[in-house]
Design a protein around this ligand. Sequence first.
Ligand SMILES: [Zn+2]
Length: 395
Amino acid sequence: MLITGGRVLVGSGAYLEDGAVLIEGDSITAVGPRKEIEQQAGVNVPRFAFDGTVMPGLIDAHVHLAFDGGPDPVATLQNSTDEVLFEDMRRRAEQLLHSGVTTVRDLGDRGGLALRLAAEISDRRTPGPRIVSAGTPATTVGGHCHFLGGEVSGEAEIRNLVRRNLAAGAGVIKAMVTGGGLTKDGPKSHQSQFTAGELAALVDEAHKAGVPVAAHAHGADGIAAAVEAGVDTIEHCTWMTSDGLDFRPDVVQKIITQGIAVCPAVSPHWQMLPRFFGEERAAAMFDLVRRMADAGVRLMAGTDAGVQRAGFDGLVPALSFYSYLGLPNASIIDMATSDAATALGLGSVTGRIAPGYRADLLLVDGDPLAELDALKDVRAVFASGLRYEPNAAAE
Ligand SMILES: [Zn+2]
């Protein structure tokens, strides 16, 4: 299929005016000036003529398809059978796709359901974004998200859990390095869960298989421990302590030199956070994300979709947080496309419009480099070459 666009986003902040993208099956075969690509395509190729912006599909690097995004996601999960839950997960995947997301990283499900859904989508039996799934996240006994089934104690049990996830097809290994707010009966968000030896074993087991490790870490101590263990991404990274926040420039420097990406997993409703944390604390937390960005930490976009107040159409609203911090639109779009792809180990697969890449495309009206909100005007989405038109479907 030949897709023509008023402009095609071909690089970081770079448009090709009056461009075209040629796709064949699930891949991009050519991109360039419209006239040139039209000639190359020949007259018999089906066309999708569009005068807005053609850009890479978005990546949400932190979702939980198993949670419903309602007021009590844990209770809803616990009250759902696998069958009901799986049907809900299918619906959420489609919702993500319709909001322009063509790849997600699912950082913790129950019973391998996200892995099952990932296989359905890649076999083209169900519409949805590509899912990189962590399977069952590793946690301590009674620890953060223990109800997902990943309680382990000691290095041998940790290695076994990692191996089970890898055997089931996990594309990332998730470790709950600290507590979290979702688990009311678990450790507090700032408290560390694992020993240095346990974290090292987890990272070793994952890296032996060439699979990256995502560390959920709110606490400053947990962040430092995750960095020492050699994880690949840090989720949340809020620098919490028992009585405040503790931003550690020496640890930030290691995050940069070790090439660790940070996913702040900012809520689509981030403007409401001052109401929950208080004005002063929320401002201090926001400021630490800005300081990480200013220091040169590689940030990537993610929403924690599924937890309280985080629905499956929230990536673009969440991106407005980075505008508020003062980041340029080109950098924000990179965080949700090429930079996220690199951090997920998919840097040569998706996140860019170039020959050989998967045909993961988002077609929006308007000019998102000038006005980020243009990302909300979704006209069509191509996921591995399959076309979805959310607005056409609603009519
Ligand atoms: Zn999460």
